[in-house]
Ligand binder design. Structure first.
Ligand code: ARG
Length: 464
């Protein structure tokens, strides 16, 4: 095909071809070729519908379907390589079809426009990707659950303000991310309903006088419904915004976990060590082992959040109905999907085989701080001392221990009893980290028994 061929793309109204730089500027074929399969599926459904309503004969419809399947086969064999002169995937397919079938190929575009066509392709593509992301989230959840199971008895310091607060079960910490992941799945399931509405048949903007059957194409393509308003059908990109928002939250969750892994892998925390399969070295410092995987996940958030912002800005000033601005939706969505999938996979691998928790370090961490101070106050409360009074007493006690450089468990019983006569020898058990954790039996709390329930529920949920 000649480079300067735009005059043949357009109607006879055009006398001259596009300026080469504008041709390049205008074309989306470089990226919307991603939609090839969906474009073929959509065109096949459209052709069959035209056949069934008598717009073309059944035989013509089947010949067109055959031609489209041939384009699919050529693409699979690497023999379908449209260029800039094809502008976009929709034109590229139609041109090839015409080259294959002659005048019959020219009947395919009856009663449709690239405006409803591109909306259909994009929804079909995104629908499939959402299903892929759901599967990737499930894999990530399984990796977290396996670590939680393997460390059911292990504790880790719990933090607020990144200050040691109270010891918790490590599984409890990991399960918090499983909950986030489940909300992500629920959000994607919900927005998928709005992705799965068919715009085909809206034609350019106003519908068509051609006797089409929108329900026929929608059903053939697995859509749940058709758009009620043709203007809305060709100019709605809410689903792209909703998806990017949901993907942004997936990334937020992965990024928060990444930040924790980065901290945990530091010498200062030392709660995990990274395996060679998921860490990298430094080109200069031979001792280094770097957490590149979680750092990259944290760093890639900017892309996805940026695409959300980009889509919102792209849409907000557009008058009805289709505007070429919409062509910008594709790269944003493609990259948001790719990034989200890549990050989910990388984090799943990180938890499957990229890190190992260091129980001895965790054990030592929870035993060597004042994160059991609340439990001393709770001990007094159980003996009838008002909480605020107990809180003040324990504050003074912690201060004294800090001055002496000792921990609460190192105080002899007499000292406890000087502070308050309610203290008995069982105070030493009450402030052991394992007891501190086990005592938090409130629903959703960190007690091992509660965590067991959470784990069982999470496993059952994934089994479906
Ligand atoms: N490549 C275009 C896009 O991605 C297809 C629709 C073009 N429609 C039009 N009226 N120019 O949005």
């Amino acid at each position: 095909m000649a480079v300067d061929s735009s005059s043949s793309t357009w109607s006879q109204r055009f006398e001259e071809g596009l300026h080469p730089a504008i041709e390049r500027f205008n074309a989306s074929i470089g990226f919307d070729i991603t939609l090839l399969q969906q474009d073929l599926d959509g065109s096949i459904a459209h052709a069959r519908m035209l056949g069934s309503t008598g717009v073309i004969t059944a035989e013509e419809a089947e010949q067109i379907v055959g031609g489209l399947e041939q384009v699919r086969a050529e693409a699979a064999a690497g023999q379908f390589n449209p260029g800039l002169e094809d502008e976009d995937v929709h034109f590229a397919v139609e041109r090839r079809l015409i080259a294959l079938l002659g005048p019959l190929g020219k009947k395919l575009h009856t009663g449709r426009s690239r405006n409803d066509q591109v909306g259909t392709d994009l929804r079909l593509w995104l629908r499939g990707q959402i299903d892929g992301i759901d599967a990737a989230i499930v894999r990530f959840e399984r990796a977290l659950l396996a670590q939680a199971e393997a460390h059911a008895e292990v504790m880790i310091p719990g933090y607020t303000h990144l200050q040691r607060a109270q010891p918790i079960a490590l599984a409890h910490h990991l399960l918090a991310y499983v909950e986030m992941a489940e909300r992500d799945r629920a959000r994607l399931r919900d927005l998928r309903k709005r992705v799965n509405i068919c715009p085909l048949g809206a034609a350019a903007l106003a519908g068509t006088p051609v006797p089409i059957d929108r329900r026929h194409t929608a059903a053939a393509l697995g859509f749940d419904d058709v758009y009620a308003n043709s203007l809305d059908a060709v100019s709605d990109r809410d689903f792209a915004v909703e998806f990017s928002a949901a993907a942004s939250l997936v990334m937020v969750h992965l990024s928060r976990l990444s930040e924790e892994v980065i901290l945990w892998a530091s010498e200062e925390f030392g709660f995990v060590s990274l395996t060679d399969r998921c860490a990298t070295g430094s080109s200069l410092m031979p001792q280094k082992k770097n957490p590149d995987v979680p750092e990259l996940v944290r760093g890639k958030c900017g892309r996805v959040f940026g695409h959300l912002q980009g889509l919102l800005v792209m849409i907000k000033g557009l008058p009805l109905a289709y505007n070429k601005d919409f062509q910008e939706d594709k790269e944003a969505l493609f990259d948001a999907v790719r990034t989200t999938l890549d990050c989910l996979e990388a984090m799943a691998i990180l938890f499957e085989e990229g890190l190992s928790f260091r129980p001895e370090r965790l054990e030592q961490a929870v035993a060597s701080d004042f994160s059991n101070a609340t439990d001393v106050a709770d001990y007094l409360v159980a003996k009838g001392v008002p909480f605020r009074e107990a809180y003040q007493l324990v504050g003074g006690l912690v201060k004294g221990c800090l001055q002496e450089g000792i921990l609460l468990r190192q105080l002899p019983l007499e000292r406890w009893q000087q502070l308050h006569p309610a203290f008995e020898a069982d105070i030493f058990t009450a402030i052991e980290p394992r007891q501190v954790v086990a005592a938090r039996r409130s629903e959703g709390g960190t007690a091992f028994a509660q965590v067991r329930l959470q784990l069982d529920r999470a496993q059952a949920r994934l089994r479906g």
